[in-house]
Design a protein around this ligand. Structure first.
Ligand SMILES: Cc1ncc(COP(=O)(O)O)c(C=O)c1O
Length: 435
C-alpha cells in the first residue's frame, strides 16, 4: 500500500489545492477601465445594457441586476407579496441565503427534504409540507442540477403558489430543453466570485411577468416606481432598501455573459473528464445527470460511502488535504456539513430584535420547530457529499489527474485499512472546531 501523506508518505500534489478562480481576461479589463475613465461608476447605461444582454441570453422579457444572489431572492419574495404569517417551502441542502431570504419578509421557512440522487428538492416531500399558509416554493438547482420542475410547477398550479427558482449555481442548465430560471415565476442567479460567471459580488433576477419586474426593480431601488421614469426619483411607494449594482460590475458582467457558453462548456468538459478518471474507485460515487435535463458544473461533488471506506467525511477530506488536492478552508460549516434546518438561526428561532419573530409571530397561524430527523436525506448528504473541486476553466488535465490520483490513493488506502481492522481517526480538536 502506498503510504498516505497524512501517515508521512509523499503527497500526490505540491502545487497547492484547486480553489475557486474567475475567468477575467483583457475584455473584462478594457470594459472596466472604460467605465472608470468615463467616471460612470454607479448604476446607469452599462447596467441597463447588462440587463438587456442577460434577458436576451435567457430568452426572457426582463432582467434586473442587483448586488448579490441573496438580494435577488429577497426582491423576488417581496414582489410576490410574501409577508408575516406566510410559509415558504425551502431546501435544507443549500447555501443559507436560499432559506434566510424568507425571514427577510418576516415569513416562515418550511424545509422539505431533497432527492438524494440530485440534491434538489423532492417534490413528494414538498407536497407533504404544503399547508393553508404556504405561499411559495424555492427550488434550488443545487451544484447545477435541474430540479424536477414539472412536479414543482404542478404543485404550484394546484395550490396557487409562487415559484422562485434559485439558479445561483446553475447558469445555463436546462430542464427538458428550457433554461433554468425561466420556468418558475422568477429565476434568481448569483455572480459572486467562484460562480459559473462572476462580477465579484452581484446577482440578477429574470422574469416574463411585467408586474413582478416592476416590483422587483422597485424593491432593489428604495421602492421607486420604474414606470414613472424620472419622476420616480423621489417617489417611494414600497418599503425596502438599496440593492443596486454598479456600472463597474455590469461592465464585467456584459463580458462574462458573452463568454458564458464557453465557460459552461469548459467546466462540463473538465467534469466529464474527472468522472472518467474517478470511475471504479471503491466507496466513491460521482453524481449522475437527472433524466429530465442537462446539468452544468458549478462544483464537482462526490458521494463517499463511509461503510466501504471505514471513515467519515471529515477524515476522508483531511487525508485528501494532506495529499494536496483539497482545501481545508472548505471544512467550515458553510460548506454543507450541517443541513440548513439544523443551523442555530432556525433551531434557536433567532429572530429580529432578540425576539422569536417571525417564527412565533402572532400573525402566524401555524407552528414550526426545526429538529434532527426532519429531512433525513439532507442530513445524510451533509455526512456523505464532499465538495471536491470547482471545475473552473483554467484547470489543466494534469490538475484533474492529480485530483483523481489523490482520491484513488486515499480511497484505496482506507479500504485496505478497514480490511486490516485499522481505525482511521485523524481529526484533531482543532479540526472539529472548524465544523
Ligand atoms: C444556491 C445559492 N443561493 C444563493 C446564494 C447567494 O448568492 P450571493 O453570494 O451572491 O449572495 C448562493 C451562493 O453564494 C448559492 O449558492
Amino acid at each position: 500500500m502506498e503510504a498516505l501523506a497524512i501517515d508521512g508518505g509523499v503527497p500526490v500534489r505540491t502545487k497547492g489545492p484547486i480553489i475557486e478562480e474567475d475567468v477575467i481576461d483583457q475584455e473584462e479589463l478594457t470594459a472596466l477601465m472604460e467605465i472608470v475613465n468615463q467616471k460612470a461608476l454607479r448604476r446607469a447605461g452599462a447596467t441597463i445594457e447588462y440587463e438587456r444582454v442577460i434577458a436576451e441570453w435567457f430568452g426572457v422579457k426582463h432582467a434586473v441586476a442587483v448586488s448579490s444572489g441573496t438580494t435577488t431572492l429577497h426582491i423576488a419574495l417581496a414582489a410576490f407579496g410574501i409577508g408575516p404569517g406566510d410559509e415558504v417551502i425551502v431546501s435544507p441542502y443549500t447555501f443559507i441565503a436560499a432559506d434566510s431570504c424568507v425571514l427577510e419578509q418576516n415569513a416562515i421557512p418550511i424545509f422539505a427534504d431533497i432527492d438524494p440522487d440530485y440534491l434538489t428538492l423532492d417534490p413528494q416531500d414538498v407536497e407533504r409540507k404544503i399547508t393553508k399558509n404556504t405561499k411559495a416554493i424555492i427550488p434550488v438547482h443545487m451544484i447545477g442540477n435541474p430540479t424536477n420542475m414539472d412536479a414543482i410547477m404542478d404543485l404550484a398550479a394546484k395550490h396557487n403558489l409562487w415559484v422562485l427558482e434559485d439558479a445561483a449555481q446553475a447558469h445555463g442548465a436546462t430542464y427538458h430543453g428550457k433554461k433554468l430560471g425561466t420556468i418558475g415565476h422568477v429565476g434568481s442567479f448569483s455572480t459572486v466570485s467562484g460562480k459559473i460567471m462572476a462580477t465579484g459580488e452581484g446577482g440578477f433576477v429574470i422574469t416574463n411577468d411585467d408586474d413582478l419586474y416592476e416590483k422587483m426593480w422597485g424593491y432593489s431601488d428604495f421602492g421607486r416606481k420604474k414606470s414613472l421614469g424620472p419622476a420616480s426619483k423621489y417617489h417611494w411607494g414600497l418599503p425596502i432598501s438599496n440593492y443596486r449594482i454598479t456600472n463597474m460590475q455590469a461592465a464585467i458582467g456584459i463580458q462574462q455573459m458573452k463568454r458564458l457558453d464557453d465557460l459552461i462548456v469548459r467546466r462540463t468538459e473538465n467534469s466529464h473528464y474527472l468522472t472518467e478518471q474517478l470511475s471504479g474507485i471503491p466507496g466513491i460515487e460521482p453524481f449522475r445527470t437527472p433524466p429530465w435535463g442537462e446539468r452544468v458544473y458549478y462544483y464537482y461533488v462526490i458521494r463517499i460511502d463511509p461503510e466501504i471506506l471505514g471513515c467519515d467525511m471529515l477524515n476522508f477530506a483531511l487525508a485528501l488535504a494532506a495529499e494536496g488536492i483539497y482545501d481545508t478552508q472548505y471544512l467550515s460549516t458553510t460548506r454543507w456539513m450541517i443541513p440548513q434546518h439544523l443551523q442555530p438561526v432556525f433551531v434557536n428561532k433567532a429572530g429580529y430584535g432578540g425576539t422569536k419573530c417571525p417564527f412565533e409571530c402572532p400573525l402566524y397561524e401555524g407552528h414550526v420547530e426545526y429538529y434532527e430527523g426532519m429531512c433525513p436525506e439532507a442530513e445524510r448528504a451533509c455526512d456523505e457529499v464532499l465538495w471536491l473541486i470547482p471545475p473552473h476553466p483554467m484547470l489543466t488535465r494534469e490538475d484533474l489527474d492529480d485530483v483523481a490520483r489523490g482520491v484513488r490513493k486515499v480511497a484505496t488506502a482506507f479500504v485496505e485499512k478497514k480490511a486490516k481492522g485499522i481505525k482511521v481517526d485523524y481529526a484533531t480538536e482543532e479540526h472539529q472546531a472548524l465544523l
